[in-house]
Design a protein around this ligand. Structure first.
Ligand code: CA
Length: 401
């Protein structure tokens, strides 16, 4: 019977090669074999033997800390309001405004070239790396090699590792300076290597796309990526709004002018623009902060798919521009955890209104299903998943059997 440790190693796909004597080879033998097998694929992509050797010169084995991070799967789903407290803190707003003042000329030039507002660019920069102050100090090559060797998420990280080696081959950065966070997101903008290759730009004109030490390249790379994702310069990301008494939530998409005509008002008292499409987003349900979000909100989700992230970027941008705190209070009632959200997905699928994965993730697809269920049940269609809603969905399933 294999030892617990051997079972674990096999589960991680890190089983070391076994020698003829039946003893495991050197602990990093598997890793070295992975690196050796990677070399021809890298060279096929134009990475020279010298670049490849330099990239791995100081890397003797996988990073146990990176592997440990892949095992952290919390059942706790952090509510958007908790996330906002950290992402849009008073300190971050102060630091961001100071950076905006110091980099005003550069930001203006980037805004003019890519059509993305300076405040939006700054908000991404602030959330990804606290304006460059915490870009992550792990070796990107070692982190990606660790994840690729462990076959975490299939071949994704092996492909990213090959992209990282391509960046080194181009001479944009040295192996020692190519750093970032545990899952391979690099530098001040936290691009994966493939995102970097497709979207990063050299804005300061020194011939290198440097998202590690150049503020101008970092800011412009964020803007270029958003432009490539389809940022519409004529639209905001969205607005916090107040709904009039008796508003019909079942009709939640349309023109901003149409919402204004139905009595929807911006929470800050300013007028809604007379053009553009939007939809209502109630991340805390009816009574909590309510937003009209535009297609640019989806562009932000192209950078990071989390609703909380997108809302934090939009709200931080508003705050950096001098906008107010959110007007409505967040809910304090019970919430669904990951298991609860999966149960709701199962229940809504059985009710015929949900066909997405049973992954316990709250996002646009689940929100849409909740709305459909609520409309069918004659409930206010805020799209917000609560324990009460889960109980009702499960109760209906039980009674229909
Ligand atoms: Ca540059």
């Amino acid at each position: 019977m294999p030892s617990r440790r051997a079972v674990l190693a096999a589960a991680l796909c890190l089983m070391p090669a076994v020698s003829r004597a039946g003893k495991p080879a050197a602990p990093n033998g598997g890793f070295q074999a992975f690196v050796a097998a990677l070399r021809p694929d890298a060279e096929a992509r134009g990475v020279s033997p010298e670049t490849f050797s330099a990239a791995f010169r100081d890397i003797t084995g996988p990073d146990a800390g990176v592997l440990a991070r892949t095992k952290q799967q919390s059942e706790f789903v952090r509510p958007v309001w908790d996330y906002l407290v950290g992402a849009v803190s008073a300190g971050r707003i102060t630091r961001g405004r100071a950076r905006a003042a110091a980099l005003a000329q550069t930001l203006k030039a980037i805004e003019n070239r890519y059509g993305v507002p300076a405040a939006i660019i700054l908000a991404f920069w602030g959330i990804e790396s606290d304006f460059g102050a915490s870009a992550g100090s792990l070796s990107t090559i070692r982190a990606l090699a660790t994840l690729a060797d462990a076959k975490h998420r299939g071949t994704l990280f092996r492909d990213e590792l090959l992209s990282a080696l391509t960046i080194l081959q181009r001479g944009d950065i040295t192996p020692g300076q190519m750093s970032g966070s545990w899952a391979g997101a690099m530098g001040q903008v936290q691009f994966l290597p493939s995102t970097y290759l497709a979207h990063a730009v050299d804005f300061d004109g020194d011939g290198r796309r440097d998202i590690w030490t150049s503020d101008a390249d970092s800011l412009a790379s964020i803007a270029a990526y958003l432009k490539d994702l389809g940022w519409d310069p004529t639209l905001s990301w969205g607005y916090e709004v107040r709904l009039p008494e008796g508003f019909d939530l079942a009709d939640y998409t349309g023109d901003l002018s149409g919402f204004a005509a139905r009595g929807v008002r911006r929470a800050d008292g300013k007028a809604l623009p007379g053009y553009g499409k939007a939809s209502l987003f109630l991340p805390g349900g009816l009574g909590a902060p309510t937003f009209l979000i535009t297609d640019n909100f989806e562009v932000i989700r192209g950078y990071n798919t989390s609703d909380s992230y997108a809302l934090a970027v939009g709200h931080l941008a508003d705050r950096l521009d001098g906008g107010p705190i959110l007007a409505a209070p967040w809910p304090t009632g019970p919430r669904l955890d990951g298991a609860g959200l999966r149960a709701l997905q199962t229940g809504l699928a059985a009710a015929g209104v949900y066909d997405g994965p049973t992954d316990g993730r709250a996002g646009p697809k689940l929100r849409e299903a909740v709305r459909r269920y609520q409309i069918g049940a004659g409930l206010p269609a805020d799209g917000y998943a609560t324990p009460a809603l889960l109980a009702r969905v499960q109760d209906r399933r039980g009674s229909s059997r």
